[in-house]
Design a protein around this ligand. Structure first.
Ligand code: 13P
Ligand code: SF4
Length: 304
């Protein structure tokens, strides 16, 4: 912490001068999560927060689609992302043409698109979802067949939760969660049977089937805080366990985790530079902004 302290102090000072607020995703490093964030949360919580911000500037400590979502919901604010290159394998997997192709293959079926996508892809969709509300949104739609894009594993996990619908999916995946295997979870469980296994729904369905609980990053934090198991394996990004372990001294976090290279592009140094220079403002093409806002707002309204 000593080496981070000067950055943390400088950022917190500049934040006041710039009338800025820092929205940070649960996958940020502990120094960002505990040192400089004003609000932490999962994708849905951060999107809802972006509709309420009073400050003039939002610094999004997360990946590009999250900053874009904040800008879509708060177009009058300056939304800064400390590194424009902080992308997401899911967002990169699909374009509006991919949505159009799915609509041609399944005429009349509504398109539910994960927030981990560009504004143009959101605008081409009917409604967005996050990992915390995907099943609720799919179940609420008045259609027998539902198209889910771009995460095939989230779609397959939702299909199990909402068996009354026929769900068809696109071929995207998260490079962090697709690397976990059911075999490694089984091996771990046979070695340490008292471990509670908790998996993010971007994991393949056979991995989720091995878990005791599956939920969004906020759902995972709620579950571990409520249950306080002696040992917990978080089958997700590595910073999750680091960020919550101090508050849960009775829980031993064990097992493998995977690092998201995009999330880890956001560093204290880059946050300081963005607040100092005010560089890295996210803009959304006006031709797609309103369509994207409608898709995100429909999701927020349905999640209440
Ligand atoms: P949630 O925080 O909404 O669970 O999403 C996880 C994720 O991968 C964000 O990039
Ligand atoms: Fe994208 Fe996966 Fe990284 Fe989240 S963890 S930003 S879904 S690549």
């Amino acid at each position: 912490w000593a080496i981070h302290a000067p950055y943390v102090e400088a950022i917190n000072r500049l934040k006041k001068e710039r009338n800025a607020v820092i929205l940070a995703h649960n996958y940020m490093t502990p120094q960002i999560y505990h040192g400089i964030a004003d609000v932490v949360g999962d994708s849905l919580q951060l999107a809802i927060e972006a509709t309420k911000v009073k400050a003039e500037v939002i610094v999004q400590c997360g990946v590009h689609f999250m900053a874009e979502t904040s800008k879509i919901l708060s177009p009058e604010k300056t939304v800064l992302i400390p590194d424009m290159e902080a992308g997401c394998s899911l967002a990169e997997s699909i374009t509006p043409e991919g949505i159009a192709e799915m609509r041609r293959r399944y005429p009349g079926a509504p398109v539910v698109t994960y927030v981990n996508t560009s504004a143009a892809v959101k605008a081409a969709s009917d409604i967005c979802c996050t990992s915390s509300n995907a099943a609720q949104i799919v179940a609420a739609l008045d259609a027998e067949t539902v198209i889910m894009t771009p995460d095939k594993y989230l779609a397959q996990n939702v299909a199990r939760q909402v068996p009354q619908k026929t769900i068809v999916w696109y071929d995207g995946s998260c490079i962090v969660h697709e690397r976990f295997t059911a075999a490694e979870l089984r091996d771990f469980r046979s070695w340490q049977p008292d471990t509670r296994i908790i998996a993010h729904p971007e994991c393949p369905p056979d991995v989720v089937a091995e878990a005791d609980f599956s939920g969004s990053t906020a759902g995972i934090i709620d579950y571990v805080t409520r249950e306080q198991p002696g040992k917990a394996m978080l089958v997700t990004e590595c910073s999750m366990a680091s960020n919550i372990s101090d508050a849960l001294p009775g829980v031993e976090f064990v097992g493998p985790c995977n690092m998201c290279p995009y999330m880890k592009m956001i560093t204290l140094e880059k946050v300081l530079w963005s607040l100092h220079s005010m560089e890295g403002a996210v803009e959304v093409d006006p031709s797609v902004a309103e369509g994207a806002r409608l898709a995100v707002q429909r999701m927020i309204d349905l999640s209440k």
